[in-house]
Design a binder for this molecule. Structure first.
Ligand code: G1P
Length: 291
């Protein structure tokens, strides 16, 4: 049985320029889907998959993320004294316990691979999960939990993938597919943001990874790739020479909350799933949509 996955890394240093001016003074990870910040969805998914140590790679202007995962005692007392037990319960349930979170900074925006490398000393010499919080999923069980099964079977690095229309592949990392079923197939190549004609398939990397610690040595070379940035996909492609990578075409659907339309769609989908507001929300939505 391979080593259990206990640590997850969340790169949250991005500037969020696509959401300006909302993200001028507030991190994009704190934008809300219904009433919970985007980052909370990834943290909950990690917890469901058995993660016990949550490592955030932040940047300047991101300290509110640290506050979000801390207790707010005055607020808790106020809710308690007003008998708002449901709200209090939700706050407590969603909070990692003391000592389960770590924060480090990516001092310069040198790319996703560099952000992950910044977490090396907090992760240490063990396999870890990597979750890009922009990608939010509706899936049962969560995407990371689906991947842990494939990891436990093989001990391989694991990547979640999904199909996109061929004209969209150049916005993502793309994998080549070898033998095996959707629940765990051999990955034969990985390329970051290829031209449509160079893409090995239309299976994109969905922002969820389980990686063995040898990736850090490759990331420390700081080799620049697509967009002049240090890319995690390039380091994985190099690691593929020595280690297996398993692709998991997960069950569920994703919302790319790094784009405005994906973020808005996530809000609609999650709101329609919330028993406390879905009825009212649906009737408002029907009033807006063209007949
Ligand atoms: C990153 C990864 C890419 C992946 C994507 C998923 O790209 O580099 O391989 O497909 O996330 O959202 P970014 O969105 O940071 O450009």
């Amino acid at each position: 049985m391979p080593k259990r996955i206990r640590v997850a890394v969340f790169p949250v240093a991005g500037l969020g320029t696509r959401f300006l001016p909302a993200t001028k003074a507030m991190p994009k990870e704190m934008l809300t889907i219904v009433d919970r910040p985007v980052i909370q969805y990834a943290v909950d998914e990690a917890r469901e998959a058995g993660i016990e140590h949550f490592v955030f790679v932040t940047g300047r202007n991101k300290s509110v993320i640290e506050d979000h995962f801390d207790r707010q005692l005055e607020l808790e007392w106020t809710l308690e004294s007003r008998g708002k037990t449901d709200a209090l319960e939700t706050l407590r349930r969603e909070l990692p316990i003391a000592g389960q979170t770590s924060f480090t900074r990516q001092q310069e925006p040198l790319g996703l691979g560099h952000a992950v490398w910044c977490a090396r000393n907090l992760v240490g010499n063990e396999p870890f999960a990597l979750l890009l919080p922009d990608m939010v999923f509706k899936s049962e069980p969560g995407v990371l939990k689906q991947m842990v099964g494939a990891y436990e079977e093989t001990g391989n690095n694991v990547i979640a993938v999904e199909e996109v229309a061929p004209e969209n592949v150049s916005s993502y990392g793309v994998v080549g597919r070898g033998q095996g079923p959707d629940s765990g197939f051999e990955v034969t190549s990985m390329v970051e943001k290829p031209k449509r004609e160079d893409a090995p398939s239309n299976l994109i990397i969905s922002g969820r990874y389980i990686l063995r610690p040898e990736i850090f040595a490759l990331l420390s070379e700081h080799t620049k790739g697509a967009g002049g940035e240090i890319q995690i996909t390039d380091a994985m492609q190099t690691l593929l020479r020595n280690q297996g990578f398993t692709g998991v075409k997960y069950e569920g659907r994703s919302f790319d909350c790094g784009s405005k339309s994906g973020f808005l769609a996530a809000n609609v989908a999650f709101a329609l799933d919330r028993p406390d507001i879905s009825g009212q929300f649906l009737s408002e939505l029907k009033g807006i949509l063209p007949a």
